[in-house]
Ligand binder design. Structure first.
Ligand code: HEC
Ligand SMILES: [Cu+2]
Length: 360
């Protein structure tokens, strides 16, 4: 015979634990709802958002997530409802100290039910997910599609437009794709070093960039604006500052942008000294500036550096001050960045920055 007061305490503890786990789940669920409602606004968001899709693959994924939420929400309601019912209905009463409750050992029906129903639910979730993955992957590529090769580097992004002969970094420009003028962008994903993952949640799902294994994904953003994302695969010490900015341009903006990117670097005689330093220091081994002797590919292409709003994969705004601090020591904003501090004098850095700021 068990000690009645000890069983009582144990039961109380179990009830408290159950109640607090319900409370945690409720809090998490309401937080999700509140943030969901807040972000459910339309158009580009200033932080990565899975709740405001703006491209076909993102809409499909969002729809699927609502379906999964509906099913799991129903499971939650049933389980939590039963739990609350049982906790109240079978709570410990004064008279319980005298006798043990009825002891039940197994029930074939109940066990079958709670095995078969979850298996069916998992099969349904699996099939709907698989259907959407294949629908997105098998979508035929239209003639009008834009091709971009995305190369992940520790800790920045290289974007190459093979047909347009453009190379840029960290800020991807793509045209808006409307139903009258569909112009999806097909991204071929490669890596120069380790695994990375391209993830701009408003535009599409995550796809990994794996060395020697090209992957492909596509986006068809329906509204112009800036969409943000980030590398979603831990790729080294500065992984957290490997951000992505996708500028969705109107056709006219895109054309202007592309035309400018196709020009060689600006040759401004007033910045000749800075250019000379750039070409005689190791900068030229790692960076390319079209129209100079610099053809390095280890770091971002700087030919049109000033056409970008940020430097260092979104880690800092592209201002002369930040460029100065970056060249003095990249670790100031991005500890672990793979560009060394070049030990230039303050004067030399000023000259180099004066040159870089001419590169529109
Ligand atoms: C060993 C190779 C290497 C050398 C040498 C080097 N860089 Fe870099 N540089 C990089 C890498 C890699 C990055 C990208 C770092 C990141 O974002 O994580 C970078 C980023 C930059 C950026 C920011 C570009 C952008 O769009 O984000 C500028 C500007 C820059 N370097 C200028 C210079 C200058 C000026 C010199 C010479 C004084 C120089 N670099 C020397 C490798 C190098
Ligand atoms: Cu990465």
């Amino acid at each position: 015979m068990l000690n009645p007061s000890a069983t009582g305490t144990r039961r109380n503890m179990q009830q408290i634990r159950r109640l607090s786990s319900i409370r945690c789940r409720l809090v998490a669920f309401s937080l999700w709802c509140v943030t969901g409602l807040k972000a459910a606004a339309e158009g580009p968001q200033s932080t990565p958002s899975i709740l405001a899709p703006a491209s076909t693959p993102a809409h499909e994924i969002y729809g699927l997530s609502l379906f999964v939420l509906l099913i799991t929400g129903a499971i939650f309601a049933v389980v939590a409802g039963l739990l609350v019912f049982v906790i109240i209905r079978f709570r410990e009463r004064e008279s319980d100290a005298q006798h043990e409750p009825a002891q039940i050992y197994g029930s074939a029906q109940v066990e079958l039910a709670w095995t078969v129903i979850p298996v069916l639910i998992v099969v349904v979730l699996f099939l709907t997910t698989a259907r959407i993955i294949f629908a997105i992957q098998d979508e035929p590529k239209p003639e009008s599609a834009l091709d971009v090769t995305v190369i992940g580097h520790q800790f920045w992004w290289e974007f190459r437009y093979p047909k347009l002969n453009i190379v840029t970094a960290n800020e991807l420009h793509v045209p808006v794709s409307t139903s009258q003028q569909p112009e999806p962008t097909y991204l071929r994903l490669l890596s120069a070093d380790v695994d990375h993952s391209f993830w701009v949640p408003q535009l599409g799902g995550k796809t990994d960039l794996i060395p020697n294994h090209p992957n492909e994904m596509w986006i068809d953003p329906e509204e112009a604006g800036l969409y943000v994302g980030q590398c979603a695969q831990f790729c080294g010490i500065e992984h957290a500052k490997m951000l992505i900015r996708v500028y969705v341009d109107t056709p006219q903006q895109f054309e202007e942008w592309a035309k400018n990117q196709q020009q060689p670097g600006v040759q401004d005689a007033a910045a000749a000294e800075g250019r000379h330093i750039f070409e005689s220091e190791a900068c030229m081994n790692c960076h390319t500036i079209e129209g100079t002797t610099a053809h390095g590919t280890f770091g971002p292409d700087l030919t049109h550096l000033m056409s970008r709003a940020t430097i260092a994969a979104g880690a800092a705004a592209n201002t002369p001050r930040n460029l100065h601090a970056w060249i003095e020591d990249p670790n100031t904003f991005k500890p672990g960045a793979l560009m060394p501090a070049m030990q230039l004098s303050d004067q030399e850095i000023n000259e180099v920055v004066a040159y870089l700021t001419t590169l529109h």
